[in-house]
Design a protein around this ligand. Structure first.
Ligand code: SF4
Length: 334
């Protein structure tokens, strides 16, 4: 943790009660996020990345619950906050945008009214002051003719414009801290996707925003992330600076992910895309070992029995894999 750290997730465990047993959707996950930085949480659907973001927002749905850990935001553990205290944080200091903005925008209210709502709730501005600030925000997210757009309903805007409005709402606070973007461009076509990613990058620098980007798309990661945390079956398995991760992936799952995209620098000359063998294990089937063990060509004896501790394989580069633990190295040397 540095002075620039705004959010630190420590040993987070988020579980779901089901009739068949407890599902450990997020299992002992730790990472930190600095101001002016984008951290991408990457993994296949069901790996726990979205549940992690809902845990930070205090929005884990029933029958889910936080079983352990800490979420330190600006020096305070959010897990000790009351619902009233969390409401003051949500949409004010920590905001979230989703794949489909229509799920968050209210279809029966004009865009301007929905932005102004944030100003009324958190800043107590008058209608005139709020409208002037809303116009500034729409300009900041590059919406043309913002004065006119304030009077539009969400369905009158394109998908890209709606996502821009959501980003404007996320920035409406007087002191935005963290933007959680959950697959923000998955529903958009490639050109609009590039524009929205560019906008997120621009705002990160302009307002020193910390961005937690949730995505399954390594192409998106390459475009916007500064650092990457790779998740698999509820565990964080690797974390590194984006260039380091693409150039020197250490975990067999990360290597598989990178092999499955054609445009990665290291694998750009590959003649075919390789899929990762097998499928993600069912959550209730997970044992004490490495969750990737059944799909891993390099699995060792100890991979079945214990989840690997964190090994440091470079500056700021961590991996949970027995191939990199000192135990594996000493066994190799026998
Ligand atoms: Fe493969 Fe073992 Fe590493 Fe898991 S811990 S990725 S099974 S080598």
């Amino acid at each position: 943790m540095t002075n620039n750290t705004i959010l630190e997730v420590r040993n987070l465990r988020t579980h779901f009660r089901t009739p068949l047993g407890i599902i450990q959707s997020v299992n002992d996950v730790s990472f930190s996020l600095n101001r002016g930085e984008t951290l991408a949480l990457v993994g296949e659907s069901g790996c726990g990345k979205s549940v992690t973001s809902l845990s930070i927002m205090g929005l884990v749905p029933n029958p889910g619950f936080i079983a352990g850990g800490e979420i330190i935001f600006d020096g305070n553990n959010l897990l000790n906050f009351s619902e009233k205290e969390m409401r003051a944080v949500r949409g004010n200091r920590i905001s979230m945008i989703f794949q489909e903005p229509m799920t968050s925008l209210n279809p029966v209210f004009k865009v301007g009214d929905q932005i102004n709502e944030v100003f009324y709730e958190h800043d107590g501005l008058s209608k005139k002051e709020a409208t002037a600030k809303a116009i500034d925000l729409l300009k900041m997210v590059s919406i043309p003719s913002p004065e006119k757009r304030l009077h539009d309903y969400p369905h009158q805007l394109s998908g890209g414009m709606r996502q821009r409005v959501m980003i404007a709402i996320a920035l409406a606070s007087s002191n935005p801290g963290v933007l959680i973007a959950d697959e923000p461009t998955t529903a958009l076509d490639v050109t609009i996707q590039a524009q929205i990613l560019h906008l997120i990058n621009e705002l990160k620098e302009k307002v020193n925003l910390a961005v937690l980007l949730i995505t399954h798309d390594m192409g998106v990661v390459a475009q916007v992330a500064d650092r990457v945390a790779v998740m698999y079956a509820g565990r964080k398995v690797e974390e590194a600076d984006v260039l380091d991760l693409f150039e020197n992936p250490a975990h067999p799952y990360t290597i598989g992910l990178l092999n499955s995209i054609p445009s990665n620098t290291k694998y750009a000359n590959a003649t075919r895309i390789e899929a990762i063998n097998g499928t993600v294990p069912m959550p209730l089937e997970l044992g004490p070992g490495c969750p990737f063990e059944r799909r891993c060509d390099s699995a060792l004896k100890q991979c079945i029995d214990s989840f690997p501790v964190c090994s440091h394989v470079g500056t700021g580069h961590q991996v949970h894999c027995h191939l990199h633990s000192s135990q594996a190295l000493s066994e190799e040397g026998k």
